[in-house]
Design a protein. Structure first.
Ligand code: GA4
Length: 324
């Protein structure tokens, strides 16, 4: 990426540097090795739709190696990277997000978890990156399942794999993305924050995010305030997605989040999005209704995903499926 020229910078949205208060102690912390993990997870999903996970079993060396290879990939010449684009729906993307004019100070790789990414276009020097990505995707799916099982246990619903079986399914429509937010020294000088990835909720069931130690990630609280999430390269951050909000009949909240580009240091994040099979009906689980009405009209993941790709990033996609 190049520095911002006047005309380029006009395409992006800024946030003035009246930075939101950082309540690092507000972010729920879950130690996966502790017996109370399931109850803390449920509370965090109800209050924030978001929590941080430690003692997850993924060695820091594995994460750092993959991060190193990802940085190497993003340092390739733009022309080379663009051989794998545009990301419709999968591949390399730069600044443009989705299909409806959303832009951000970000370049990324968007991958499906069902197929091997077509890295042959990038040649031998990306072999290591490809192999590490494959192992990592499997580790992410396993961690997602462990967390989803803890959610079911915490909610006291049976069977324990009621959520995780959707992500474990051979047909599971899960995705993976690697986001690179390049440093932008001009911003640091102007005291402004550029939108790296605009506010949105994730449409899938669950998202697992890990980043380097550069800040930028923010979540929105129920009252609309934004809080900055202190980065921690050794931990994972978990988001409740729209589909899980529906399956729990609104008990768990799909968290609105965004990334502000840090002017000084590049940020690199990797996110696994655990999704159901395309044919899966997404509806509140009867065991969580307890005589209550469903808050949502029923839909399949295929229908929801299609409407997602027709929407803008910040849209309230679930609004269309709410029963009034
Ligand atoms: C947000 C979550 C995932 O990153 C993603 C994104 C997708 C994309 O980048 O193509 C979308 C976005 C995400 C929601 C609204 C639409 C689709 C960009 C966009 C404007 C891969 C996904 O599944 O939905």
């Amino acid at each position: 990426m190049v520095l911002l020229s006047k005309s380029t910078s006009e395409q992006f949205s800024y946030v003035r540097n009246n930075m939101p208060t950082t309540f690092s102690s507000t972010i729920p912390l879950v130690d996966l090795s502790k017996p109370d993990a399931k109850n803390l997870i449920v509370k965090a999903c109800e209050d924030f739709g978001f929590f941080k996970v430690i003692n997850h079993g993924i060695p820091i060396e594995a994460m750092s190696q993959l991060e190193f290879e990802a940085f190497k990939f993003f340092s390739l010449p733009l022309k080379e990277k663009e051989k794998g684009g545009p990301p419709n729906p999968f591949g390399y993307g730069n600044k443009n997000i989705g299909l409806n004019r959303d832009v951000g100070w970000v370049e990324y790789l968007l991958l499906t978890t069902n197929e091997e990414p077509n890295f042959s276009i990038y040649g031998k020097h990306t072999d290591k990156f490809r192999c590490l990505l494959n192992d990592y995707k499997i580790a992410m799916r396993n961690m997602a399942c462990e967390i989803l099982d803890l959610m079911a246990e915490g909610l006291k619903i049976q069977p324990k794999n009621v959520f995780s079986k959707l992500v474990m399914d051979k047909q599971s429509d899960s995705a993976f993305r690697v986001n690179h937010y390049p440093a932008c020294p001009e911003l640091a000088l102007n005291g402004e924050n550029l939108i790296g990835f605009g506010e949105h909720t994730d449409p899938q069931i669950i998202s697992l995010l890990r980043s380097n130690n550069t800040s930028g990630f923010q979540i929105s609280l129920r009252d609309g305030r934004w809080i900055s999430v202190p980065p921690d390269h050794s931990s994972f951050f978990i988001n409740v997605g729209d589909s899980l909000q529906v399956m729990t009949n609104g008990r768990f909240k799909s968290v609105r989040h965004r990334v502000l580009a840090n002017g000084i240091n590049p940020r690199l994040s990797m996110i696994y999005f655990g999704g159901p099979p395309l044919s899966e009906k997404i509806a509140p689980l009867p065991s969580l209704m307890k005589g209550k009405e469903s808050l949502y009209k029923e839909f399949t993941w295929f229908e929801y995903k299609n409407s997602t790709y027709g929407s803008r990033l910040a849209d309230n996609r679930l609004g269309h499926y709410e029963r009034i």
